[in-house]
Design a protein around this ligand. Structure first.
Ligand code: MG
Length: 370
């Protein structure tokens, strides 16, 4: 065993990755991703990579805040045993509240190291096995006609579940779903995500009027804080309700489950602060009898590979929205998960089995702590 392994060097890398086309959701329009990666090197030569998929409107972080936080957190971890993942997370959480995405980057790199030291792919390190994984693909907010055309393209590309961004205006949102259902027929699953764009009265009318179009579930119809109306909306029972921005960590998951506020918990590494707490959320969901969804930001296949490993190891994660890489204009990841149509295949190499391309990293701006 690697008894004396120590963290010896931490590097952060920043880059701008444009999207293929602007992506609009109820919280704003995204045109490019301010990518951010953390590399943790150790005294044995083994290193780990993590992705920081911050999004200001959800996690409250920017590339600038992530850089400042990563420098402080990196100094805290220097010299520590990287295999003591809980200890390192406690260290970060005691020092700095919130900042979940940057903490997720450290957590992911630490799990990558642990998998490499153990000689196990992450899904096996987490105590699981390979299983069939299928992702949906997401349509951003646009005119009903353009969205219906995209839905048909995704159907023809082999996707059996389509996620539709809504939350802009009630009338147009209803038209969007009507047009999409007409275009793709009855057999493709449609899940919608209002990204907090409705209030309670609007959400009740919207879901009632969309009932004929057979929605699979509705993600985050109401603002983050509105647990009470999420519970009321769920009790009406038109469409299953998934919590996304309302559930960051295991404490949120426990409160939502205990108060009957949702039917599904959407885990994202950038919200949970990484893999360690993502697993805790799924454990709470199992105890509460709720399935989980695993989602993503606009991010590279590095972060998505980590997420897919967790989903593979945790069969209670029944819904996957791991499509963030489709929207990026470049793919800077070597190896990692492969997405063919909706089917995700995981690597069997130790750790994440994914890395950021060396030539890409050389072009990134960076800071080194050693
Ligand atoms: Mg969402």
């Amino acid at each position: 065993m690697e008894q004396n392994i120590k963290i010896t060097k931490i590097s952060i890398f920043k880059a701008l990755i444009p999207l293929k086309e602007p992506f609009k959701i109820a919280l704003g329009v995204i045109k490019e991703v301010e990518s951010f990666f953390i590399k943790i090197e150790t005294s044995t030569g083994i290193y780990g990579m993590g992705e920081v998929a911050h999004y200001h409107a959800v996690t409250g972080e920017t590339q600038g805040t992530c850089e400042a936080a990563a420098i402080d957190l990196g100094k805290l971890l220097m010299g520590n045993n990287p295999l003591d993942i809980s200890g390192n997370l406690n260290c970060m959480n005691r020092y700095l509240r919130f900042n979940s995405a940057v903490k997720a980057g450290f957590d992911m790199a630490l799990y990558d190291i642990a998998g490499k030291v153990a000689g196990l792919p992450l899904y096996a390190l987490l105590g699981g096995d390979k299983r069939v994984l299928k992702t949906d693909q997401t349509i951003g907010i646009d005119t009903p006609e353009i969205m219906a055309n995209k839905a048909l393209i995704f159907k023809n590309d082999g996707f059996t579940a389509i996620k539709v961004k809504l939350g802009e205006s009630l009338e147009t949102d209803v038209t969007r779903i009507q047009k999409i259902r007409e275009r793709i027929g009855p057999d493709i699953k449609i899940r919608v995500d209002a990204n907090q764009g409705w209030d309670y009265p609007t959400a009740t009318v919207a879901l009632k009027r969309m009932e004929p179009y057979n929605l699979e579930y509705c993600e985050q119809p109401l603002p983050v804080w509105d647990y009470e109306n999420m519970r009321r909306l769920r009790e009406i029972g038109i469409t299953p309700i998934a919590a996304d921005e309302s559930v960051f960590d295991d404490k949120d998951a426990f409160k939502l489950a205990a108060n009957g506020c949702c039917d599904i918990l959407n885990i994202k590494l950038s919200k949970s602060g990484g893999i360690n707490t993502a697993v805790k959320i799924d454990n709470i969901a199992v105890s509460a009898g709720l399935p989980c969804m695993l989602g993503c930001m606009n991010e590279t296949r590095l972060g998505l590979t980590a997420a897919a490993h967790i989903a593979s190891a945790h069969p209670n994660i029944k819904y996957l929205d791991l499509d963030g890489h489709f929207s990026l204009s470049i793919d800077p990841v070597d190896n990692g998960m492969i997405c063919q149509e909706e089917n995700i295949t995981l690597p069997d190499t130790p750790g994440l089995g994914a890395d950021i391309n060396r030539e890409f990293l050389e072009k990134c701006e960076g800071v080194v702590l050693d």
